[in-house]
Design a protein around this ligand. Sequence first.
Ligand code: GLN
Length: 454
Amino acid sequence: ITRAHLDQIAAVDGAVHSFLHIESDRALEAARRVDAKRAAGETLGPLAGVPLALKDVFTMTGAPTTAGSKMLEGWVSPYNATVTQRLLDADIVILGKTNLDEFAMGSSTENSAYGPTRNPWDLDRTPGGSGGGSAAALAAFEAPLAIGSDTGGSIRQPGSFTGTVGIKPTYGGTSRYGQIALASSLDQPGPCTRSVLDAALLHQVIGGHDPLDATSIDAPVPDIVGAARSGDIRGMRVGVVKELGGEGYAPGVEQRFRETVALLESLGAEIVEVSCPHFDYAMAAYYLILPAEASSNLARFDAMRYGLRVGDDGARSTEEVMAMTRGAGFGEEVKRRIIIGTYALSAGYYDAYYGSAQKIRTLIARDFRAAFEQADVLVSPSTPTTAFRIGERIDDPLAMYMNDLCTTPSNLAGNASASFPVGLSPDDNMPVGFHVMAPAMADDRLYRVGAALE
Ligand code: GLN
């Protein structure tokens, strides 16, 4: 199985560019170890021997971790991320590291310092981002399982664009230890797969308490595998969020959304309309909170500790070397966000920008709480449009940010959410995603709905 996937990578990755780094030898060795264990009659986990593509923000010893940036080129981590370690402990075979927008900032992988990934459904289009590499690897059958990280939609939006399943677990439900931080209060690792049950099995492997992550929740993961096997949604109250739809949404996306809601109703769900008035401000709050946290997290790339160092000729000051390295090592979008973030956090502006954004964040969490009294899950399209063309939005940051309209509220509130494939848009024959949001620690509800739709 591993060799077949490595062959598929060799055949298609020149065109798709899902991978930044391929670990053929280690993957084959891991696969052989699984065969030996099986031959010796040892008990193996349900995903033992199944190959996986790992987003290149998770550290893995002996392999590069670049986060899609020149800043980390050549850097090799001395330790495994908890996610990586749990995959290895489960005898999952890691094929390599997948492409992403630099430091996971973006919605198309065009911000990767190593060139964009292409959408296997149409090579002129993006697979979404930031985790476009992981999603494209699934859609191109280069891997049956992948791992992503979702800060504002980077698992769900690429899932939507490639017709695959993307799950953002409850904040604290999967460990961020060893994940290169973008915005620590929003980041969450999660499974990317082609089927709902695969996602649940993978989620079970990586999920659960980790003492190495101070924000990890010390409680058992709900029965997600049972929910994914059942798919029984009779009596479930499904809330359609009034604010997420209408103007700005592609007709084909809206059509598939309405059909999917009708399907859920025919399967026994009760459909209600809910209003979350502060969702209208989610993008504004997200694009202040994220840059604020990112500017702080990225301060560690100072030319002294990791990767790149430019201008260190013995004659320059530390500050000059730092400035030259950061100037050369970070791409345009990363610099834009560092500037926005440091501005928003600076004395005199803090209350007006960061402080206001945090208040909106609280109001969004309250909207969710009120809505979850009327409904067990909330639903919306995953993204306002299907996959756009490479180059179409790259010079227009606001158009790029519009991808995240439906996905950012869940990160701001910390609850669980997912994108499930629901067919192709009649507009352009590209995949459409259906977005499901559940309360924190009720991730099982996502899987129940996903399984019902499959
Ligand atoms: N597209 C969003 C952004 O650019 C999401 C990023 C993410 O989830 N890592 O910030």
